[in-house]
Design a protein around this ligand. Structure first.
Ligand SMILES: [Mg+2]
Length: 296
């Protein structure tokens, strides 16, 4: 009876927070932990709804309902547009992509039908994600982006929506929540591990944000404007050299599967994907998913 209760509670905890026992075992095995910043070291995903509303401001009203419908299906995992896929702007299809072999395997149209694409490349490495034709759906920003492009929005429109959303996040209350207990947790980790921050944000934003979150004393190295995923490998290799460690001594934690998770696993590092998504883009014993770094 007690054992049964244990399993029920354990299962509940796992659904609520994700697989923390795996995270802890990865931490035990590694010496250097690489963190992403945005979406990783603070909570909340309300800004994705802001992004959706901002995109719709540039979209003719006749498409609004279909936009919402596709977004809803995507969030529920009921559409081929899910995190871990690649959106092909040129052909307007969604590719299934293998992060280890880098193969583009199957293309789906927006009605979830398999389609043949002539002359498509068989493989696509992370450095070939150009955002002109191929867009990696790495985190919650990219499904609404892809739907908007599908309905004909141009890059200028999506850029506008992105910057407006970022401004609103800085100005509106509640879109940037510190993660409960994170500061103490990272301070404890920093006593025995090297903690490195690699982020696409620019240096001024990084310092402002870290200060706001009370995390400006945590990291032994900060790499801003990192241009992930294109340059993720380069930065990871530099970490290996600088700290004189092997890939299996490094753990990468981030909310973007393409930017922080796939490249780490490719190199043989451990990786934890911070997400509320139900998707499981890869089966790997060095990979785990958790929902939050909150400590309660
Ligand atoms: Mg991020």
């Amino acid at each position: 009876m007690i054992i049964l209760l244990f399993y029920i509670l354990h299962g509940y905890e796992k659904r609520r927070k994700g697989n923390w026992s795996m995270l802890n075992s990865f931490i035990e095995k590694t010496d250097v932990i690489i963190f992403d910043l945005d979406g990783t070291l603070y909570e909340g995903d309300g800004h994705f709804s802001l992004m959706v509303e901002n995109l719709k401001k540039r979209l003719p009203e006749e498409h609004h309902q279909d936009f919402d419908q596709l977004y809803k299906q995507s969030l529920a995992g009921e559409h081929s547009l899910t995190i871990g896929k690649v959106y092909d702007i040129q052909e307007d299809v969604i590719w299934t992509w293998n992060p280890f072999t880098t193969e583009l395997t199957v293309a789906h149209n927006w009605d979830n039908e398999v389609v043949e694409i002539e002359d498509a490349p068989k493989k696509l490495s992370v450095s070939e994600f150009d955002y002109k034709r191929f867009v990696p759906i790495g985190d919650g920003w990219w499904p609404p982006y892809s739907i908007a492009r599908h309905f004909g929005l141009k890059n200028d429109d999506t850029e506008w929506a992105y910057h407006r959303t970022k401004e609103q996040m800085a100005n509106l209350d509640g879109f940037l929540e510190p993660t409960p207990g994170l500061r103490g947790y990272l301070e404890e980790l920093a006593k025995t591990k090297k903690l490195v921050l690699i982020t696409n944000s620019e240096i001024n934003d990084v310092h402002r944000l870290l200060k706001f979150l009370g995390l400006d004393h945590i990291f032994s190295d900060i790499v801003p404007s990192a241009l992930k995923p294109k340059n993720t490998n380069k930065h990871f290799e530099e970490v290996l050299t600088r700290y004189d460690v092997k890939p299996e001594q490094v753990l990468s934690i981030g909310d973007n599967f393409m930017n922080e998770v796939a490249p780490a696993l490719q190199l043989g590092m451990y990786s934890v994907w911070l997400t509320t998504s139900e998707d499981v883009p890869v089966e790997d014993k060095k990979f785990a998913k958790i929902r939050t770094l909150a400590q309660n």
